[in-house]
Ligand binder design. Structure first.
Ligand code: ADP
Length: 473
């Protein structure tokens, strides 16, 4: 743990497991509620002086952190693959994406402009300034164990906030590596603090109920996000919630089914399906179903599962046994109700994969709305294909979920693209595009997918209070 600029050791530790091999790759301190309180005290004590630094000073530190992260790019990617399991190439992409947030917010720190507003009174002037919210408590997930940290810490520091971070219990080593970079970049003692813990609940309780925390930012499941937002509500803390998704991927009849299937394969199996923007319902017009299924199945058959450190691996392990069981259960349920398995459909155990948590990349067609996979987030490598034939119904079908994070549309028809874009109740929409994400673009969901946005200018505003001055002159 890292509290008030000190690395804290303890006899009480927990192990970190490589999900590809089941081996323990490290042990970290098992923190408790009083550690979280101490970290909050440190962040609170550092808040005033950090907030008083100039935007240029904060920007320089973030810029230095960006440089350090890029310099350690390969080592960080290898650590991520060992700890989280994604193929090395995907880890490299994530480190770059993570570093992008440091650079973007280093730049944006200098552009927290206020405004002047004309008054109806000739003796009055209005000015608006933005100032740091205060101490930020951040809870982050295991699926993107570096970029989800910089996406919160970058804007928080740029805004002049101090931070206490609790990373996911399965990926604390990546979090430690990020904090070391921030320390080396010159972040003063107390400004960023790290509490690692096997049981997140007591830390969450402290984050939600300690009045010194003014903002809670969370990325994870909808169930936990709702609980934390509820617990923080009596204290009227600001909350940002980046939660689950159930992305529709709509392929209209006029789209090129081969091109769309290639896109669907890339985005569905990204991070072995463990992404909140992963397509969970792939709606394909029935007249182009044949070539779509043929292409996606052929592509998936070429995907090799294994340890992400090995060359040519496209499918890494799932996070744990429960994740394998969930994918298995959804596939069995779908098949029992009439879905067809084109490839995959079972746990992978051959060639030593039984030591890790591997599920075969799977393509299912004939999925219907009575199947679990139609409404439950999969978070695994299962592509669920649903036929449709009426364009007038498809937007309502896609919106028929309590989630509202990402959606994808494939069409060559501009009018259809625009109408669907405007009709979908989702925060991030790719139109003939499978990667509508960037440090410069707002990321976040509607409905049960969350509150607030991360990245972009909006991601910075989440850490700022608006202050109005009315001057009588
Ligand atoms: P996932 O299903 O992706 O693991 P979770 O929502 O369980 O998502 O986990 C995301 C983050 O939330 C992790 O850092 C985890 O430790 C944390 N978390 C889970 N339960 C709680 C809780 N009750 N209070 C605070 N944090 C929690």
């Amino acid at each position: 743990m890292y509290i008030n600029g000190q690395w804290i050791e303890s006899d009480k530790t927990f192990g970190v497991i490589n999900p590809a091999t089941g081996e323990e790759i490290g042990r970290v301190v098992d923190g408790n509620q009083s550690d979280a309180a101490a970290a909050i005290d440190a962040a609170h004590a550092a808040q005033k002086s950090w907030q008083a630094t100039t935007a240029y000073e904060r920007s320089a530190i973030l810029y230095k952190a960006w440089q350090l992260m890029m310099a350690q790019h390969e080592a960080l990617a290898e650590l991520m693959t060992r700890e989280q399991g994604k193929p090395l190439k995907a880890s490299r992409n994530e480190v770059k994406y993570a570093a992008d947030f440091l650079l973007w917010f280093a730049e944006e720190a200098k552009r927290i402009y206020g405004e002047t507003i004309p008054s109806g009174r000739s003796d009055q002037r209005f000015i608006v300034q933005y100032q740091a919210v205060g101490v930020v408590a951040a809870v982050t997930p295991w699926n993107y164990p570096i970029s989800m940290l910089t996406r919160k810490i970058g804007p928080a520091l740029a805004a002049g906030c101090t931070v206490v971070l609790k990373p996911a219990e399965s990926t604390p080593l990546c979090a430690i590596a990020v904090i070391k970079i921030l320390e080396e970049a010159g972040v003063p003692a107390g400004v960023v603090n790290l509490v690692t813990a096997l049981d997140p609940k007591p830390i969450g309780t402290e984050f939600c109920t300690n009045p010194k925390v003014r903002k809670l930012t969370f990325t994870g499941s909808t169930a936990v996000g709702k609980k934390l937002a509820t617990d923080a509500a009596p204290y009227l803390k600001r909350v940002s919630m980046e939660l689950g998704g159930h992305a529709p991927f709509i392929v209209y009849e006029d789209a090129d089914p081969v091109h769309a299937a290639k896109g669907a394969t890339l985005v569905k199996f990204l991070n072995t399906g463990q992404a909140c923007i992963s397509p969970n319902r792939i709606y394909v017009h029935k007249n182009i179903m044949g070539p779509f299924i043929e292409t996606i199945t052929a592509r998936v058959n070429k995907m090799k599962a294994g340890n992400g450190m090995d060359a040519g691996i496209a499918i890494g392990p799932l996070v744990n046994d429960a994740a394998v069981a969930k994918a298995q259960n959804q596939v069995q349920d779908a098949v029992s109700k009439g879905a067809v398995v084109h490839t995959g459909g079972q746990r992978l155990v051959a060639d030593g994969l039984d030591q890790g948590f591997f599920y075969a990349p799977t393509v299912l067609s004939g999925v219907t709305n009575d199947m679990l996979i139609y409404s439950e987030e999969t978070f695994g490598p299962v592509a669920a294909i649903i036929p449709f034939d009426d364009d007038d119904d498809i937007i309502a079908m896609a919106n028929d979920t309590h989630y509202g994070l990402a959606a994808y549309i494939y069409t060559q028809n501009l009018k259809k693209a625009m109408r669907t874009f405007e009709g979908l109740e989702f925060g991030i929409i790719g139109i003939n595009d499978i990667n509508p994400t960037s440090a410069a673009a707002p990321f976040g969901g509607m409905k049960s997918s969350g509150l607030g946005r991360e990245g972009a200018r909006e991601g910075l505003m989440e850490y700022l209070e608006t202050k109005l001055g009315g001057f009588s002159i």
